[in-house]
Ligand binder design. Structure first.
Ligand SMILES: Cc1cc2nc3c(=O)[nH]c(=O)nc-3n(C[C@H](O)[C@H](O)[C@H](O)COP(=O)(O)O)c2cc1C
Ligand code: SF4
Length: 596
């Protein structure tokens, strides 16, 4: 173990997170990556032999997930968040330059002495306390010039991360406004006890009656999902908590995992009782690996107190346990079928649906996948009853919604509102002034302007998985949607052509507009391409990736219009500028070495 690097300071996912059986492939690879700073060919062969997997499968997994590398990373591996909220709006480009010049390193490179690697990553879920970065996998928040100076000193001195100032790594919940869920009284075991007393059938009816709909974005009825799974033919059944929270601007699950993990576990256990499952999984995004020790401690405590494991609360035959599987930097693994592939130790490529996970999920068996917040709400409903929950919200969106609010407002953080609240009300509460636009539901959601601020947060109006990003007048919306286009092009898993190629072409076309070379011809091209990517892609990532572009074209056309060149057609790149390197090599800069 490389003590100077601080690698050993990071939580070790390879430690026994599973309730039984062998280690998970992702955990083995995390362990190798941390120990050797890359995953060499020999380690791939060793891991494949140990886990009895084909070498080709292990290789494909290493190449798929962005936190695994074939060549060594630096002893300090720094990844700056490029998210519009936890990076970009705080001047992520400037920070990258500052870091690069203080440390003598180039973005995207490992320094020649192997001391550090400098790179970027998508949203790391710290949007309310940005700018943020990951150092050896640990989130470091509120980065400013002073912190960067000190950080550079510590790196040059080889100081282990364990000896870096503790407050740099402190992450606040920042709950600004608790509501129905966050304010409700809670007792460990109460929801399970209620489920055991009522019986599985009656508890399912209670969840259905509450009107709870999935909080992961799509809003599918939770009671119906559990019922389909309960009725499905199959041997084992599984409960999976989707804690992959990767939508830029979303961090509410981080807070639930940090401070309400018992409720989450209880929701999973109630679900297990209803559908007849014995095994559950929490799929935790790699960026939240720092939460792992506390989550494992919580699972251990629940096993000791009879809330997890065999004969839960003395109920003979009701056994259920939970393993935590840590992801490795792939946004697509939040899509439920890709998540299952990842749980099955494969690349996170979305499956063809139907069949859906409720009948053919983990290992082909009936599986419920729910978002963290959905499961927390299910636990609260089991405890307090369906009426208590349904008393808030609208006809089609019952209960409350947790929002992660970030961007240009005086009080970013976590807010819980009853469904039906207006965007204007939310903006007032988080003290946002002179707002140009609001991105509801992250980049895959909806971008609206002030004329729509009376609209409501609800599945029947503006739906959101939990992200709400505020953009003040001073923000360049084109830069923001370019950032989103880069995000989707980077996160496309590459499985289907419309998304793999289309997201890259959209990114290139927006860059061209941003550089001042776009024409009306390009805008029409963008429209055609966006419609094609939406319609022809295989999964939800492609279906929603063009949303921000289409929203800007529809609601803020001037943002594009005023950047267009006034000619009929312009090439994607400046040919003369691209010949510069050749001119330097040839020591030529005369008129003939330039294009006319
Ligand atoms: C590209 C993509 C990413 C997603 N990421 C997440 C995620 O991070 N967390 C989540 O709960 N759902 C995510 N979803 C939605 C899941 O596929 C699924 O609908 C959800 O986990 C179901 O849980 P729910 O019914 O409780 O909402 C994502 C979907 C897509 C298409
Ligand atoms: S739409 Fe994109 S992310 Fe989804 S399967 Fe196709 S390439 Fe992969």
């Amino acid at each position: 173990m490389d003590s100077a690097s601080g690698v050993s300071d990071t939580p070790h996912p390879a430690s026994p997170t599973r309730s039984g059986g062998r280690a998970h492939l992702l955990h083995e690879l995390h362990e190798v990556q941390q120990r050797l700073r890359h995953v060499p060919r020999q380690a791939i062969c060793d891991v494949a032999a140990r886990l009895d997997l084909p070498i080709s499968q292990v290789e494909s997994v290493v190449d798929f997930y962005s936190f695994f590398h074939r060549t060594p990373r630096g002893r300090y591996d720094i990844l700056l968040s490029t998210c519009t909220s936890c990076g970009h709006m705080h001047g992520e480009d400037d920070l990258m330059q500052m870091l690069g010049s203080r440390l003598g390193a180039e973005a995207g490179q490992t320094r020649a002495d192997g001391q550090l690697s400098l790179g970027s990553t998508s949203c790391i879920g710290m949007c309310d306390q940005g700018p943020a970065l990951l150092v050896n996998g640990l989130p470091l928040t509120r980065v400013d010039a002073r912190r960067l100076d000190k950080l550079a000193e510590l790196i040059e001195a080889g100081t282990p991360i364990a000896d870096w100032p503790e407050e740099w790594f402190s992450i606040d919940d920042q709950v600004r406004q608790p509501g129905l869920l966050l304010d409700s009284p809670w007792q460990d075991g109460a929801a399970i006890r209620a489920s055991l007393q009522m019986g599985a059938e009656a508890m399912l009816a209670e969840i259905s009656r509450s009107g709870l709909r999935g909080r992961g974005g799509a809003g599918f009825g939770t009671g119906m999902k559990w019922q389909f799974c309960r009725q499905a033919n199959g041997g084992e059944r599984y409960v999976v908590c989707n804690a992959d929270e990767g939508e830029p601007g979303t961090f509410k699950d981080r807070v639930l995992l940090a401070s309400h993990a018992d409720m989450l576990c209880e929701g999973m256990t109630v679900c297990a009782h209803v559908i007849g499952a014995h095994q559950g999984f929490i799929y935790l995004r790699g960026e939240y690996r720092y939460l792992l020790p506390a989550l494992q401690e919580m699972l251990g405590r629940r096993r000791e107190t009879g809330l997890l494991g065999p004969d839960i609360l003395g109920q003979h035959g009701f056994s259920f346990d939970i393993d935590i599987i840590v992801g490795a930097g792939a946004y697509i693994c939040g899509e439920e079928s890709a998540l299952i592939e990842s749980l099955e130790e494969k690349r996170g490529i979305p499956r063809i649906r139907p069949p859906f996970p409720v009948t053919h999920g983990y290992l082909g068996q009936p599986t419920v996948i729910n978002n963290v917040e959905t499961l927390v709400a299910a636990a609260a409903i089991a405890f307090h009853g369906a009426e208590w929950f349904a008393a808030q919200g609208t006809d089609h969106s019952k209960g409350s919604k947790l929002l992660s609010i970030s961007g240009d407002c005086a009080a970013p953080g976590i807010y819980e509102f009853p469904f039906g609240v207006s965007i204007r009300h939310i903006l007032d509460d988080c003290r946002a002034e002179d707002v140009q636009a609001v991105q509801v539901g992250g980049p895959s959601g909806t971008l609206i302007g002030p004329t729509e601020f009376e609209r409501h947060l609800a599945f029947e109006d503006l739906a959101t998985g939990g992200s709400l990003m505020v953009y003040g007048r001073q923000r360049d919306l084109l830069a923001i949607i370019r950032n989103f286009a880069h995000f989707f092009a980077h996160e496309s898993c590459g499985f289907c052509t419309p998304c793999r190629v289309g997201t890259s072409l959209l990114k290139n076309a927006l860059d061209k507009v941003g550089w001042g070379h776009g024409t009306h011809y390009d805008v029409e091209d963008i429209r055609r391409l966006a419609a094609l990517v939406k319609r022809r892609s295989h999964c939800g990532l492609g279906h929603t990736a063009p949303n921000p572009i289409l929203d800007v074209l529809q609601r803020f056309p001037q943002v594009i219009e005023e950047r267009l060149a006034q000619s009929g057609f312009e090439p994607y790149f400046d040919l003369d500028a691209s010949l510069e390197e050749a001119r330097v090599l040839a020591h030529r800069n005369d008129a003939e070495a330039h294009l006319p």
